[in-house]
Design a protein around this ligand. Structure first.
Ligand code: FMN
Ligand code: MN
Length: 490
C-alpha cells in the first residue's frame, strides 16, 4: 500500500491509535525534543506526535511538525504499507531464490532486476502536489528556511538542523540517481550544511563534481510517502536506486517530477522540495550536533548547500526526528533494514540464522549474529565476511553465537558470551574503516574492530574437554506443568 501524502500516513497512524495530536503551542527550540524523547524512551517506542502549533522564536508556524512516525515496530511496518516487515524480507528472498546467484555481485544485480520487474520503475509527471506553491528566489520570493519549523534539537547544538531530509543527487558520469539521508545544519535563510560522510554515495557524487569543477545540483525532499524517507536510510549498495526500492516496498511506482531550477527529479507528492546546489570545494564548519552516538559530534568541515527555490504543498507537514542517547526512532528504522536485508546476508553466508544490531550499539558498534556452525573457525569467516559488506564495515564489535541463541535477547547473548568464551582464545582484532561519527578512535574514520566467537568450541578447534550441555527441562514435564498451571490459573 502506498500513501498519497505524508498527511495520509499521519491519518493512518491516528486511525491505528498510534498518534498523539498536540494542539498547545510547543517551541521548536528544545521543547519538541524533550516531548519526543520521552515517547522514544517509552517501551516499544511510544507514540508518534503531531505538533499542530509548533512555535519558532515564539511565533506559531503555519506548518505542523510530525515526529517519531516510524519509531516503533508497528509504525515502521505501516510506514512502508505492511503489517510486518517480514513480508518484504520474504519477497527479497523469493527474488533471490528464483535463480540462486553464485556471487554477491550477481545477487545484487538479480535483486535489482527482480525489484525492477515488480512494477517498481518510476513514472514521470509534469504536475503534482509538491508544486502547489512555488517560491523561486531568483524572482524575488522571500519565503525561506526561517519559515519552516526546523528544530533546535539539543542545548549545545550549533544551530537548527533538518533531521529527516532525503537528499537527491546524480552521478555526473553515469547519470545514476542516489537518495540518502544526510542531516542539514541551517546557516541562514538560504544556506545549510550538507553532512554526507566520506563513505556515503552523496559524498562520492560530490567528489566527481569537484574534480570536474562543476556546481552540483542537489534537491532535498521532506515528507511525502514515508517509503521514500525509509529508502533514503536503507543501506543499499551504490547504484541501486532508492526510488526503485521505494516503489518495490510500497508496491507502486513513484511519480517523479522535474525541479524548477535544476533537472533533478523528485517524487511529486512530497511536502517540501528544497532546490539548490553544492559548490565544488566550498566547506564550512558543521556542528556540534547531539548525535545518534549519544554524544555531541564535534565541529567538522562539510560541504555547503545553497538554496535556489522551495516548492511545497499548500497544507504541508514538516517531518522531523531527533537522535541522541539510544533508544531513539532511528533504531526502528535500522532494525527494519536489518530484517529486509537478512536474506542478502544469508545468501552470502548460508550458515547465518539471525542477526541483531541492539539499540545500545547504535547500529555500527555492536552486531550479534547466530550461525549454524559446521566447521572450525567458521565464526571468524562470518565476521570477516560481514566486515567486508557495505556499511557493515563499520561494525566495531561482532559477536557470533550458536543457532539456538535468540540474538534479539541481549540478556541471553551476554549470558552466552560470558559463559562460552576464553577471552584471549576467542577474540580477534582487525583494522577497518569506522563510522565518521565514532569519537572513540584516535583518528577519525578508521580504527580497530573486535570479533568474539561465542559459539560452542569443537574438538577440531583444539577443544577436547567435551563441550557441556545447556541445562533444560524435559518437554514432557513442561507440557504436564503447562496443563497444571492452566488448571490452577497461575
Ligand atoms: C535519522 C538519520 C540521520 C542520518 N544522518 C546522516 C548524516 O548526517 N550523514 C550521513 O552520512 N549519514 C546519515 N545517516 C545514515 C545514512 O542515511 C545511511 O547510511 C544511508 O544508507 C546512506 O545512503 P547512501 O548509501 O545512498 O549514501 C542518517 C540516518 C538516519 C536514520
Ligand atoms: Mn544509495
Amino acid at each position: 500500500m502506498a500513501y498519497r501524502s505524508f498527511s495520509h500516513f499521519i491519518d493512518e497512524l491516528d486511525r491505528m491509535s498510534e498518534l498523539i495530536r498536540i494542539s498547545n503551542p510547543v517551541a521548536t527550540e528544545l521543547e519538541i525534543t524533550e516531548l519526543a524523547d520521552r515517547q522514544m524512551k517509552t517501551t516499544g517506542g511510544g507514540k508518534a506526535l503531531l505538533f499542530e502549533k509548533p512555535t519558532i522564536e515564539g511565533r506559531v508556524s503555519p506548518f505542523p511538525v510530525a515526529i517519531n512516525t516510524m519509531g516503533s515496530e508497528r509504525r515502521m511496518a505501516r510506514a512502508i504499507g505492511l503489517d510486518s516487515i517480514d513480508e518484504i524480507a520474504h519477497q527479497m528472498q523469493l527474488i533471490l531464490k528464483a535463480k540462486p546467484p553464485t556471487s554477491l555481485k550477481e545477487g545484487w544485480s538479480l535483486l535489482r532486476q527482480g525489484i525492477d520487474l515488480l512494477h517498481a520503475r518510476p513514472t514521470h509527471v509534469t504536475d503534482g502536489p509538491c508544486k502547489e506553491v512555488i517560491h523561486r528566489f531568483d524572482v524575488g520570493s522571500n519565503f525561506s528556511l526561517k519559515d519552516l519549523p526546523i528544530l533546535l534539537c539539543w542545548p549545545k547544538d550549533g544551530g537548527r538542523f533538518i533531521t529527516l531530509p532525503t537528499v537527491y543527487t546524480r552521478d555526473p558520469d553515469s547519470g545514476e540517481r542516489n537518495v540518502g539521508m544526510y542531516r542539514m545544519q541551517v546557516y541562514d535563510e538560504r544556506t545549510t550544511g550538507m553532512h554526507w560522510q566520506v563513505h556515503k554515495v552523496g559524498a562520492r557524487h560530490g567528489k566527481r563534481y569537484y574534480e570536474r569543477n562543476e556546481p552540483m545540483p542537489v534537491a532535498v525532499c521532506l515528507g511525502g510517502d514515508p517509503a521514500y524517507t525509509f529508502a533514503a536510510t536503507a543501506p543499499l549498495p551504490d547504484g541501486l536506486d532508492e526510488i526503485l526500492f521505494a516503489g518495490f516496498v510500497r508496491k507502486k511506482s513513484v511519480e517523479l517530477i522535474k525541479c524548477e531550477t535544476s533537472d533533478l527529479e523528485v517524487p511529486a507528492d512530497v511536502d517540501f522540495v528544497l532546490e539548490g546546489h553544492v559548490q565544488p570545494g566550498e566547506l564550512r564548519p558543521e556542528g556540534p550536533f547531539g548525535d545518534h552516538t549519544g554524544f555531541y559530534t564535534p565541529v567538522d568541515q562539510y560541504p555547503v548547500f545553497h538554496l535556489s527555490a522551495i516548492t511545497r504543498r499548500k497544507q504541508a507537514v514538516y517531518p522531523a526526528t531527533i537522535v541522541g542517547v539510544p533508544p531513539m526512532e532511528d533504531f526502528y528504522m535500522g532494525s527494519a533494514s536489518v530484517r529486509i536485508f537478512l536474506p542478502v546476508f544469508k545468501m552470502n553466508f548460508p550458515e547465518i540464522v539471525d542477526m541483531a544490531l541492539p539499540a545500545e550499539g547504535v547500529f555500527h558498534n555492536l552486531v550479534f549474529v547466530s550461525i549454524r556452525k559446521q566447521y572450525p573457525y567458521q565464526a571468524y569467516k562470518v565476521m570477516h565476511g560481514l566486515w567486508g559488506m557495505g556499511q557493515m564495515m563499520f561494525s566495531k564489535y561482532i559477536v557470533v553465537l550458536d543457532e539456538d541463541c535468540d540474538v534479539h535477547n541481549t540478556s541471553e547473548v551476554l549470558f552466552r558470551l560470558c559463559a562460552n568464551t576464553d577471552p584471549e582464545r576467542d577474540t580477534t582484532f582487525i583494522k577497518n574503516p569506522n563510522d565518521s561519527l565514532d569519537h572513540a578512535p584516535t583518528t577519525p574514520n578508521f580504527g580497530s574492530h573486535m570479533g568474539i566467537d561465542a559459539t560452542r568450541k569443537l574438538p577440531s578447534e583444539g577443544y577436547d574437554r567435551g563441550w557441556p550441555e545447556l541445562v533444560r527441562m524435559d518437554d514432557k514435564v513442561k507440557a504436564k506443568i503447562d496443563e497444571l498451571t492452566a488448571k490452577l490459573g497461575l
